[in-house]
Ligand binder design. Structure first.
Ligand code: G1P
Length: 291
């Protein structure tokens, strides 16, 4: 068994109902944040973290993702003929980004089930999971930070963030305590998916980045539907906690929920402002708005 984290799973079979009507036909993972589909941010993060093999769990109507990461002969030939070198390079780079495999989740049975669909492609080695909705802007890629923690601690690592108030009910929430040696690490003793505010064991919410040991697959196979009637990844990891150590990790960086309309607006403003080509013009525009 390889101990190195070489593979990353991207669950992308969901319906994207939070972003209707835009996602009626277009997969939510293909919604553009400035000028790039949100899933490409995650794929680039994984590659920058040393991941060699991307596994995308797709579903019905999600074919646009496969086309996006494939070679587009017509587009490339046209750009070449017109001498548009920079755009041609942009298009070609996307198709040569990574080795990507696709597996279909036939029914939307939950995040745990989606990850389980990647079992055969992952095999018996630790792996990363990136939820494409969660776009994370960080100096050191978030999943790289977590792979480093995994290598040091030797147990599964879940990204976490402090969430105040009732909003906690939209997340998986950890129970446990802060590590005395490293305040970014949380030693898990339990976790619960989408608790009511009064039942939340802490303010430590799980964010869509995980580094997991392959033992979780067998446990997911035995996981019964939980919150929302879905097979939850959180429940599979809770079962893993009976056999192995699991850590929360407060990552360095800023997370945007780009699967949500408001989160996408926030991400759009912040990512656009950071761009050399758009930032100055956009800043002037925003300053000129009578807010
Ligand atoms: C999923 C997970 C949840 C986690 C969240 C992070 O929920 O089930 O534990 O906190 O992602 O974004 P979803 O947002 O798919 O409902």
């Amino acid at each position: 068994m390889s101990k190195r984290v070489r593979k990353a799973v991207f669950p992308a079979g969901g319906l994207g109902t939070r972003f209707l009507p835009a996602t009626k036909v277009i997969p939510k993972e293909m919604l553009a944040l400035v000028d790039k589909p949100i899933i490409q941010y995650g794929v680039e993060e994984a590659i920058a973290s040393g991941i060699e093999h991307i596994i995308i769990v797709t579903g019905r109507g999600k074919g646009a993702m496969e086309d996006h990461f494939d070679i587009s002969y017509e587009l490339d030939a046209t750009l070449e003929k017109k001498g548009k070198k920079e755009l041609l390079e942009l298009s070609r780079n996307i198709s040569s980004l990574a080795r990507i495999s696709y597996v279909r989740q036939k029914e939307p049975l939950g995040l745990g089930h989606a990850v389980l669909c990647a079992k055969d492609l992952v095999g018996d080695e630790p792996f990363a999971v990136l939820l494409p909705d969660d776009v994370i802007d960080a100096q050191v890629p978030c999943i790289k930070q977590m792979i480093d923690v995994f290598n040091e601690k030797g147990g599964s690592v879940l990204a976490t963030m402090t969430i105040e108030g009732a909003a906690i009910s939209a997340y998986g929430v950890l129970a446990g305590s802060q590590d005395s040696a490293n305040p970014r690490i949380y030693n898990c003793t339990g976790m619960v998916e989408k608790p009511k505010l009064e039942d939340a064991p802490s303010k430590q919410a799980i964010i869509g980045r995980y580094v997991l040991t392959p033992a979780v697959f067998e446990l997911l196979e035995r996981t019964t539907p939980g919150a929302g009637g879905e097979i939850q990844l959180t429940d599979g990891i809770l079962a893993l906690l009976k056999h192995e150590k699991v850590f929360g990790y407060t990552f360095e960086g800023k997370r945007f929920d780009a699967g949500d309309k408001f989160g996408m607006l926030q991400a759009t403003v912040e990512f656009a402002l950071k761009r050399n080509d758009l930032g100055p013009k956009f800043r002037d525009y925003l300053k000129g708005l009578a807010l």
